[in-house]
Design a protein around this ligand. Sequence first.
Ligand SMILES: Cc1cc2nc3c(=O)[nH]c(=O)nc-3n(C[C@H](O)[C@H](O)[C@H](O)COP(=O)(O)O)c2cc1C
Length: 130
Amino acid sequence: MFTICYVSSARSGITENDLNELFSTTQHYNASGNITGILLYQSGKFLQVLEGEEETLLNLYEKIEQDSRHNNIFVILKQKCKRRIFENYKSRFSIVKSKEELQTIETYLNQIEDSPNLKYVKGLLEPFLL
Ligand SMILES: Cc1cc2nc3c(=O)[nH]c(=O)nc-3n(C[C@H](O)[C@H](O)[C@H](O)COP(=O)(O)O)c2cc1C
């Protein structure tokens, strides 16, 4: 099992239509690729968590990295992991912010405890954890 988590900045001028299209592609593809996680958009920033098979994720990430709808990608985690944390959220790639979902994100973020720049990383995530 592998996971990737990053934050990025949306391209300026991105519209609600663009976002809806992006969310629906993501939801559709990730469900069929057995990828779990979450994609959040807030104040011009994306936060994404992907969990799945290593090769699938690395291939997908190559595409995501080159997507002109965002830039300034800052990778928070890109590593093997023991298990899925978003197991029950397979198709929840959306802007939904239920309490349950936020708890799952916090559990996920406990994995980054040994990051050398943890304080900086937590600062990046703060706007998404309202
Ligand atoms: C912030 C962001 C997150 C994305 N996340 C995913 C994703 O999780 N799954 C996905 O299939 N595409 C995602 N995409 C879209 C991909 O970059 C790409 O457009 C999509 O996979 C279709 O690629 P293809 O037409 O080459 O198959 C994301 C794009 C952006 C800007």
